[in-house]
Design a protein. Sequence first.
Length: 86
Amino acid sequence: MANKKLKEEELKKVQELNQKFLQAKIKIADTVIGLFNTVPVVEVIQGEFNDLEKELIKEYGENAIIDLRTGEVKDPEEPKENGENK
């Protein structure tokens, strides 16, 4: 069997596509690594949030409504019956 060779344009296209594929794989790997590095940070933030939430519940009550923009704390609204406040 005689050795065959790709045409120059075929070789160039295959090489370009292979390079694009490898670059895409690297991007995916970088994204996954970033994800694994970020998950522990999120877990720490969640723990801090839970601790603060417990403190705020002790201070203002379990059902207090806090406006995160202004810091205003409101008591929960009374349950409504037939569309009206009791």
